[in-house]
Design a protein. Structure first.
Length: 436
């Protein structure tokens, strides 16, 4: 038995092997994008590998232009998809995404608690304040990051109180006396806040496993404070080891300041994996996956994140950004901060910048290589305190996915980094009570 702290591993519940142009590969099975069977197979493979959870991200808008060439922008409602996984899996955690900016909290509380019963305590909530979609909800502009977090705080408070409003112990189902529930134990919440007015109680009791784990990703100052107060997992965008170490240290100190143990907030970076038998094949897979990508999109992304149009700049010019234009509001402070930190630290050329995960991906850690190389990269981050585990997004091909399940996870298990058996039955126990 090793005394090493076991890591947490989750995985995107998505056909991530269809990323960018990879859907065009012969064997991609893109025709089955909306077939339940693919998701069930993926979930069962993940459970067989003893992964801690599956994670269904979501947005509430369609990036129509991107959809012209990529499949990754359309998909199932995550809560419905997770509910469908409940009866096909038994131990693995199942995390859905619900936006606090657009959804009424009563609906969120009800749907998430329903998931918790359907999964027998395996549900989790990825709390997002959303990246866009305001036009679909009657809002002319997207509220600022600060406003969204203020609303999110109140939202989470309402959801927690609704869950407490109807404890499962209120149900007596006493045939002899005829008492179904002790209604004295079920209470209205009478919430009147800045954003919501909710009477309660909720119309579904809270599952005996207690409060489900909360995930959150935004890493602006307000986002980090929010995570330190409410989250159990930070879904971290950390393209390099430096950003991982800095984020983990910063969150630990925010937790300490409010009297919370830093180990109560796991930092799990997203990691895009392009795996193949040789390093060259992995790079070919990555190049092939990204080859049809239009550079105009990279420039549009940089413009959205920094408010600067680089399309007329020379590719070999050094990029310098000391400050952003006054009044510029980024779509995500997290993504803007990551770009600025990298540019100011490395003074890259435009060509180098355009190859970065902050530009070509979602700012996530990118591993291109053999299973051994991926293993070494992961272990390096773990040993240097840049992560408590990771959320995998294996991409590029089905072979990359196969190597993830059949080689990378077993290698982490054999070397004592990851458990080989489930200990508990709920997501909360997967996150906290692991043993190797
Ligand atoms: C790594 C990462 C993943 C995110 N995933 C989602 C998502 O699936 N759906 C969504 O609507 N917003 C998502 N967001 C947006 C955040 O919830 C948040 O609204 C945004 O980052 C702005 O917060 P910030 O100012 O702290 O950056 C994500 C953000 C990050 C950094």
């Amino acid at each position: 038995m090793s005394d090493r702290k076991p890591i947490v591993i989750g995985m995107a519940l998505a056909m991530s092997w269809l990323t960018r142009s990879a859907w065009r590969r012969e064997e991609s099975e893109v025709e089955h994008l909306f077939d339940l069977e693919h998701y069930v197979t993926l979930a069962q493979q993940a459970e067989q590998a003893k992964l801690d959870f599956l994670f269904a991200p979501d947005t509430l808008f369609l990036a129509k232009e991107a959809l012209a060439h990529e499949a990754g922008f359309t998909g199932f409602d995550p809560t419905t998809l997770i509910a469908a996984m409940a009866s096909h899996t038994h131990r693995i955690g199942l995390v859905s995404t619900v936006s606090t900016t657009f959804t009424p909290p009563y609906i969120a509380a009800r749907q998430l608690q329903s998931l918790n019963w359907l999964t027998k305590g395996r549900a989790g909530w990825n709390i997002v304040t959303a990246l866009g979609g305001n036009e679909n909800f009657g809002l002319e502009t997207m509220p600022s990051s600060q406003q969204r977090y203020a609303k999110a705080r109140e939202f989470v408070e309402v959801v927690n109180r609704l869950w407490q409003s109807y404890p499962h112990t209120a149900i007596k189902a006493d045939r002899a006396s005829g008492q179904f529930a002790n209604v004295d134990d079920i209470e209205e919440i009478h919430h009147h806040g800045e954003f919501f007015d909710v009477l309660g109680p909720l119309n579904i009791p809270t599952h005996p496993s207690g409060r489900m784990p909360f995930f959150q990703a935004g890493a602006s100052d307000a986002g980090r404070n929010f995570a330190a107060h409410v989250a159990d997992v930070m879904f971290a965008a950390t393209p390099d080891i430096e950003s991982g170490i800095a984020l983990k240290q910063d969150l630990a100190s925010r937790c300490q300041q409010i009297g919370r143990s830093p180990s109560a907030l796991k930092v799990l970076p997203g990691v895009a994996l392009y795996l193949a038998k040789s390093e060259q094949e992995a790079h070919d897979l990555f190049t092939e996956t990204h080859k049809a990508f239009d550079p105009a999109k990279h420039f549009a992304h940089l413009h959205k994140a920094l408010g600067i149009d680089f399309s007329n700049h020379n590719l070999d010019d050094v990029v310098e950004v000391n400050s952003l234009a006054k009044g510029f509001i980024p779509y995500s402070q997290t993504h803007t901060d990551l770009l600025l930190t990298y540019i100011q630290r490395e003074s890259p050329t435009l060509r180098q910048l355009l190859a970065r995960p902050e530009v070509i991906g979602s700012s996530h850690w990118l591993i291109i290589g053999t299973v051994q190389q991926a293993y070494d990269d992961i272990v390096q981050r773990l040993e240097q305190g840049a992560a408590d585990g990771f959320i995998a997004v294996p991409g590029g091909s089905k072979e990359s996915m196969r190597l993830f399940f059949e080689s990378l996870i077993p290698m982490l298990q054999q070397n004592g980094w990851f458990k080989s058996e489930y200990i508990g039955d709920t997501l909360a126990t997967h996150l906290t009570e692991q043993a190797l």
